[in-house]
Each structure stands twice: as structure tokens, then as C-alpha cells.
Design a protein around this ligand. Sequence first.
Ligand code: PMP
Length: 461
Amino acid sequence: MTYQHSIRKPYISELAELDKKHYLHPTTVPKLHVENGPKLTFSEGEGIYVKCLNGESYIDGLSMLWNVNIGHGNKELAETAKAQMSKLAFSSSFAGFSNEPAVHLAEKLSTMAPGDLNSVFFTSGGSESNDTAFKLARFYWKLQGLPDKRKIIALKQSYHGVTIGAQTATAIPAFHLFSGSGMTEVFHATAHVTNCELGDKSDPNYKGCIRDIVEREGADTIAAIIMEPVQGSGGVHMPPDGYLQAVRKLCDEFNILFIADEVICGFGRTGEMFGVDNWGVVPDLMCVAKGISSGYSQLGGVLLKEKIHDTIVQYDEVLAHGFTYSGHPTACAVALKNIEILERNQVVENVKDMEIVLEDGFNYLKEKHPTVTKSRALGLLSAFELYADREEGIPFDQSILSATEVVEECFKRKLILRPLVSNVGRNIVAIAPPLIINKQQVEEIISILDDAISVFEKKYL
Ligand code: PMP
């Protein structure tokens, strides 16, 4: 043991130096990274816990990037990857080639998905799925003889990824500041204004809602509307009941495709297999990634309604779109096993039970801490906000990064969470642990939050 420690410390700092020099990190402040080195270097995981090279263990309160739904260290998934890699690690899906896991996964997804979303185009992740959905939507209209239907409507506060198409649809300013470039013909509508989408023009929010944009631009120029059933990185915003149905109705009325971005919501996160299932809505295209493989393999996909599939399969030239890793056999085998485990272990039912424990925890925090407000949870997709005066609706001064401070206090107590930005500052704390979490572990998260918020309130109240 002593011997191991003595070689480990120099190794960790050596690795940090290599990291600073050679590894440009995604969604990280580059200057801080080269000054400070990596915040943590993960080396192992088990259930809801991740362990670092320095031997410290943390609760993964955000399932890493909202994706490790089945939890860390699942040996069955590791064995599945090993078996498939030993047999056939990779094969092409271009030019009509196929492989067993991809076909089985495609069939399985069609039985799980709502309505007649019965076929899938595989990708390697969420951004690729959303870009693919935009292209498929435009292509579908082109094949229907309506090539002018090209525009895409996304919602304010949405996150759809970082490839040029997905990034343009993303409505978080930092992602636009980075490149400044974007796809043309994308519009951002006010989110979650049900009455407006149902046609109430007297509603003060009408200007800028989806319906308003459709009327202004002309339905004959609009290909699709994309939305997350519950908005994730943009602040964990729940749609009011009836909203998704209202948008579905609007899409039918104006002949526009409904794209559901299920990249976070899919595969049990919200207490139903897919986010849209909470409202009984069937989209025309459904983008999945993350939870499909619980992050054990890089995989995404776009599920297509039969009317779209049937139109596209009439095309007798090359469908000139595809990723090297579309239908990756190992990734698909892992996803199939992940879904089998979700079903066998009734993980989605557990999510529903844990939502209740989490809500109780939020109520406790709100009773004890005057800064805690606006808590919300659908399954294990949850958040709360911090306000200087919640009764009067007065936020903290924007210079106080309240959520960042609370998340840092949690971090000191070995809990990883994520601060998010609202329209009043960085005051949203997001919580989305692995779906296999148990009651005692949810309570542990609440207890750490309790201590962290106490420290914050002592400083600022
Ligand atoms: N859509 C949503 C809703 C997401 O949350 C994300 C990732 N956070 C993406 C798309 C992009 O997925 P990826 O990072 O796999 O490209």
C-alpha cells in the first residue's frame, strides 16, 4: 500500500502536466485548465460512485453527462462489449452491408418507441442525431415535392448539441459565441406557451411563439419543429401539461414535422421509457443517444415514423448521408444489453419511486432554506433554483454565482452536480443521478445539499 502511494502521487501530477499540454478539453475554460490542470481524473466507477486517481470517491449526481443511466461499472455491459469485439468489433453499414446487433437493436427500438416510429438511422451521438433529423426532414419534404420546406424552429433555452446544425438550434448564447457561425433558416420560439400554440392571439406571449413564427414565415417554408420534451442543459425546464399536445396539433395543422430530442429524456430518465410518453405524444422523428447505451458505447439514432420511412425508401439513388460508425456492431450490442437490463431490473419503475424520494428531499430543503425555490423533477431529471428573496421573486445579484457556489460546496463533500444558467443568472442546480440509485443514496444527496446550502446562506443572507 505504502509503495503504491509513493508511486501514485508523482504519476498523478505527471499525468496532469501531460493533460495540460496535450489534451484540449470540451466545454471547459481553456485558460483555467492549463493553469490548474484537470479538476479530477476519473479511474473507476461503481453504481452511482466514481473514483479518481487520487483515491477519492464521488457521488455522480448528474450521471456524468446525463447519460450513465444504468450506473458505473456494469460488468454485463463490459462482457457484452468484449464478446462482440472479439467476434466482430466493427463493420460497415454503407452500401447495403449490415450486421446482427444493428438489426436487432433497430427492431427492439421500434417495439419500444411510441406509435409507428418503426425504423432508425444510427449515428454516434446526440448532435449527429439532430443534424440527421434536420436533413431527413428536409429530404422528406423534397421527396414530397415541397423543397421549400427547409426552415427549422427550435425553442429558447434549448440544447441540441454542437455540430453546426445542432448548435444553431441550441439556444444557449455561449455556444454561439464560440464559433459565431451557424446554419441559416433556424428560428427560436418562446418555450412552453400552450395557449399561444393553441391559437390564443390575445395571450401576451403570442409574439415569438411557434405559431407566430409559422404564420410569419409561412408553413410552406418550414420543415420541422425540434424540442426536448423536458429541456435539459438549458435549465431543466418542464413543459406545462398540454404543451407537447398543443405543438403536435399545430404541426398537424400546418403540415410540419415534429422532432423530439430525446437525447436526455430517452430510456427512462423521466420515469417513462421516452419523455414524450409522459404526454402521449408521438413525434415524426425522434432523436436518441446518451441513455441508449448508458454511455458505455458512443451511439445515437433517429427514429422515423412510417410515413417518412416509406417515402424515403422510394428514393432510388444513394442516400448520401452516413457516419463511419452508423450501426457500429459493438455499440449496438452494448445498447441492446443496456435495454435488456433496464427492462429486466425494472429500472424505469425505480425512477418513478426515486422521484418521490427526491421531491420529499426538495420539500425538506425548501422548508429549511429560504433561498431554495422552483424545485422540479420528472423522474430523475430535476433541479431547483436559488433566490435572494423567493417570496418577492428577487434573484441574487448576477455577480453572485449562487448555483456554482452551492455546487462547489457539494463537490467539497464528494458530490458532483451541475450549475445551470437561468434568465436571472447562474442560479439553477441540476440533479440527475444514475437511474439505479436507491432511497438511501437519494437521501445522502439531499443531506449534502442541505450542508452546502447552509454554507452558502451563511455567506450571503
Ligand atoms: N440533445 C440534447 C437534449 C442533449 O442534452 C445533448 C447533450 N447534452 C445533445 C443533444 C448532444 O449530444 P452529443 O453531446 O452526444 O452530441
